[in-house]
Design a protein around this ligand. Structure first.
Ligand SMILES: NC(=O)c1ccc[n+]([C@@H]2O[C@H](COP(=O)([O-])OP(=O)(O)OC[C@H]3O[C@@H](n4cnc5c(N)ncnc54)[C@H](OP(=O)(O)O)[C@@H]3O)[C@@H](O)[C@H]2O)c1
Length: 284
């Protein structure tokens, strides 16, 4: 069996027969549900969820083909894994509903930006295993980047379960210093938006030099995707890959000069820095 296939099977085994409750089937919760079901990570019957309103619960139930409720305490009872995917401001209310319903046998995965594992642990009764996760929207197309960080009661096997869940919708990295979750939010959490701006601007450049917009957007997006894939698959430093495209006295170096003159590099560094600081502020 190929190594990748064996790994994938190992990941699935971690989740075999596990039941999963997703509290908040919005953009990210719904995406996770879809990813788990579509990739047959767990049987469809093992995934259930909740929303904040009856109408959205009915809509999600129809769209995802799983049982959806608005009763969070009933939803989580007896499930192996509880994923909290509501907005940060909704978390205190939801945790209050879940106090007493979540037990030490269950794993709680929290996705809410700026909500710490300690906060979740303190709002629930007992030594609850909590893993914090910061995914991003490309999870929707199976190309997400999720960073996990275990809370103080979470064991390695809990991290493995969380890993298997998020590997259904992209790549996963694990860190053990929760303070870095703000930096993760500032880079990969917010990052898709920065990339869209770059793609949009490159496409605009294409239009400026005569390409039809649709073609220009395709060229820009696929170029971004290809370059990212090169970095991930070759493991080379991006600067080395850039040098390989840059023929002496060729076209690329002229383009690069314009980027440097426009301060693109500094602007992107500042974007990550600023978003990280904002995430820190929100955590407080
Ligand atoms: N979107 C992302 O890329 C992303 C990335 C990383 C982390 N996150 C985190 O994920 C969380 C959700 O974000 P989102 O973008 O998916 O938000 P969203 O689309 O607004 O989804 C929120 C969901 O929570 C439901 N909800 C509200 N109150 C509830 C309650 N009392 N009980 C159960 N469900 C309730 C909402 O249902 P109704 O529609 O009925 O109100 C909705 O389905 C946030 O904390 C965010 O920080 C999101």
């Amino acid at each position: 069996m190929a190594e990748a296939e064996a790994n994938a099977k190992g990941e699935r085994d971690v989740l075999r027969d596990k039941t999963i409750a997703i509290v908040g089937l919005g953009k990210i919760g719904g995406t996770l549900a879809q990813g788990l079901i579509r990739n047959r990570v767990v049987p469809k019957a093992n995934v259930q969820g909740s929303t904040g309103h009856e109408a959205s619960a009915r809509e999600a139930q129809e769209r995802l083909g799983i049982v959806v409720t608005t009763d969070n305490a009933a939803l989580v009872r007896g499930k192996d894994v509880v994923i909290l995917a509501v907005k940060p401001q909704t978390m205190p209310r939801v945790l209050e509903q879940l106090r007493g319903a979540v037990t030490e046998e269950q794993l709680v995965i929290t996705l809410a930006a700026a909500i710490t594992t300690r906060f979740v642990e303190e709002q629930l009764d007992g030594a609850i295993s909590v893993v914090r996760a910061m995914p991003n929207t490309p999870c929707l197309v199976g190309q997400g980047m999720t960073v996990l960080c275990p809370g103080r009661y979470a064991m390695p096997e809990h991290v493995e379960i969380a890993k298997a869940i998020f590997e259904a919708v992209g790549r996963v990295a694990v860190i053990d210093n929760e303070e870095l979750m703000d930096a993760v939010t500032g880079l990969s959490g917010s990052g898709p938006a920065y990339c869209y701006i770059v793609i949009e601007a490159l496409a605009e450049g294409g239009v400026k030099v005569g390409l039809p917009r649709e073609l220009a957007t395709l060229l820009a997006a696929q170029t971004m995707l290809g370059a990212a894939q090169m970095v991930l698959e070759t493991g080379e430093h991006p600067a080395k890959l850039k040098d390989a495209v840059t023929t002496p006295a060729g076209t690329t170096v002229d383009g690069l000069l314009e980027l440097e003159a426009g301060g693109v590099r500094v602007a992107l560094i500042k974007a990550v820095d600023r978003a990280t600081r904002k995430s820190k502020e929100l955590s407080r």
